[in-house]
Design a protein around this ligand. Structure first.
Ligand SMILES: C[S@@+](CC[C@H](N)C(=O)[O-])C[C@H]1O[C@@H](n2cnc3c(N)ncnc32)[C@H](O)[C@@H]1O
Length: 279
């Protein structure tokens, strides 16, 4: 089972048969990049693409292929995103598992950082909330996603968003410069989650907060699933136990670490998690 709409994305044939436990962190990141380069090019995975035969009628919708029938767009809508006023480039490559902007209580003037910004859907909603006096920075390691997000921002005429190619384990962001960190279904994909939280803590200003949606586990996964590259890139295999996730955050200094809500499916849940950097 995979959980961030990547189930129909084939991984590179060379890595498909490898075991995640035998791959280096860099090899794992390459497999993640390869997968999300494909998600950025939905002709390869949408109802209208070559994988059409793998889609069910329900995925494709009653109107057949087209923007409103893209399963990622429908999924984003089901999570509470308004999609009608968003560029198709952002909705057709949406790969989140929650809606962090909806709970982040963003206000005019906030400086927001989106970890793993993908095609930019969360960024664009956040940009409208923080207004002209605020700013939203997205970091993603997949060049095709950065290009796509920049295209979407141009379509919307947004001038308060900026995309940076980089690794969330080593953020290209200044110390103490961010008011709010958001992220949607990304930290589970990082081989070193401790590093991600250390970096998040470093770039937040004192009093700043984290509001993320991510996959956490309620019970350990069978080793076979943890070892499948496609489970890893599909946001399940790299997920860790909820307690371990929260402990990583506390270890780097975050306070008020809590799960605000979660929706479970099997051994995993999509959780909304909040934390603060002390003043
Ligand atoms: C599941 S998608 C989610 C994208 C976006 N947040 C959304 O909701 O549509 C994961 C994204 O995180 C990016 N990503 C994964 N690991 C990363 C890392 N270590 N550093 C930067 N970006 C990463 C991928 O390139 C991909 O765009």
């Amino acid at each position: 089972m995979v959980v961030c709409w990547s189930s129909n994305i084939k991984v590179n044939a060379l890595v498909e048969t490898r075991k995640v436990s035998e791959m280096s962190p860099e090899e794992i990141k390459d497999a993640v990049k390869d997968t999300y380069s494909r998600v950025a090019q939905p002709a390869g995975d949408s109802c209208c693409g070559p994988n059409e035969a793998e889609q069910t009628a329900a995925d494709c919708g009653p109107s057949g292929c087209g923007p409103s029938s893209n399963p990622r767009t429908s999924f984003a809508e089901s999570l509470g995103y308004s999609v009608a006023d968003m560029p198709e480039s952002a909705t057709e490559s949406f790969a989140g598992c929650g809606n962090p902007v909806a709970i982040a209580s963003l206000k005019e003037g906030d400086v927001v950082l989106d970890l793993g910004s993908g095609a930019g859907l969360d960024m664009f909603h956040a940009a409208r909330k923080v207004g002209d006096t605020g700013r939203v920075i997205g970091v993603d390691m997949t060049p095709a996603m950065i290009e796509k997000a920049e295209y979407g921002a141009e379509q919307l005429g947004l001038e308060n968003v900026e995309f940076r190619l980089g690794d969330i384990e080593d953020l290209p962001v200044d110390n103490d410069s961010i008011d709010v960190i958001i992220s949607n279904c990304v930290i589970n994909l990082a081989p070193d989650k401790g590093k991600v939280f250390r970096e998040a803590y470093r770039v937040l200003r004192p009093g700043g907060r984290v509001m993320v949606s991510d996959i956490v586990l309620d019970a350990p996964l069978p080793a076979k699933i943890r070892d499948e590259v496609v489970s890893y890139t599909g946001c399940l295999g790299g997920a860790i136990l909820e307690d371990e996730y929260l402990q990583h955050m506390r270890n780097v200094g975050f306070e008020g670490v809590e799960v605000i809500s979660k929706t479970g499916f099997g051994q995993a849940s999509s959780a909304k998690i909040a934390a603060f950097k002390p003043k």
